[in-house]
Design a protein around this ligand. Sequence first.
Ligand code: CP
Length: 304
Amino acid sequence: MKHLIDIMELTVEEIDEMIAVAKDIIENPDDYAEKCKRKKLATLFFEPSTRTRLSFEAAMYELGGNVIGFSEAQSSSAAKGESVADTIRTVGAYADIIAMRHPKEGAPLVASRKTIVPIINAGDGGHNHPTQTLTDLLTISREKGRFDNLTIGLCGDLKFGRTVHSLISAMSRYENVKFVLISPDELKIPEYLKEEVLIRNNIEFIETADLEEAMPQLDVLYMTRVQRERFFNEQDYLRLKDSYILTPDKLENAKEDLSILHPLPRVNEISTAIDDDPRAVYFEQVLNGKYIRMALILKLLEVK
Ligand code: CP
């Protein structure tokens, strides 16, 4: 594998391998401290980010490497009209590996055809976010110890939430996984995902608008933010933004070993009163993001 554009480019075995490396990094960080000495990661963020960009940068520093890049399109020559293709050909001359976020779906794929340097999709529009999915998988693995026999509730903006799309695709490859898709009508998962992933692979799923009714059966609850930046109409966003707010009373009938994940950033959808509940693991998830990105950088740079 040269680039990572879509989570489905990774086999289940490759994901297992990366999770094992991430767990080894957690146990033995000193063993990895010089693995990427003299290597450079470029982080090209044409869209805002806190976790993805900074965890990639922290990951590269903890591997002994260096980081170059930009955190907004306006501070690059994209602001003067330079194309993604020319930007990538340029950065490919300076960096060994590139993590790129772009508002246009497919932009990282276009970039990967313009350079021999590995390109990592750090989120493209409402489409895909494979490294968030790797983060989610490491978190599920550490919390549940398995990927099969899980009932996973995904709640909120399932239409525009790219992390939801990648996670459904990835989890659909494991045995006896059931999805409970909790959203308002207007924010249901895209038809292509339902048809091409869930129905085609005979995956059990239900669609509902009722979070509390769904709660008792869930092993994992994956909350998401309503993606304001993807709406065409501000009125629709304002009407839908507070569709779900997870508060302690809503967990009354939840399993004791439920794991609550959220890719973050959170706006209103999880009350801060949940943060100290041992079932809330979204800040552990943040940290897992750094470790799995270290494992990914090692894999793409073919560093042993
Ligand atoms: N989860 C995630 O992608 O967060 P950022 O937008 O802060 O990178």
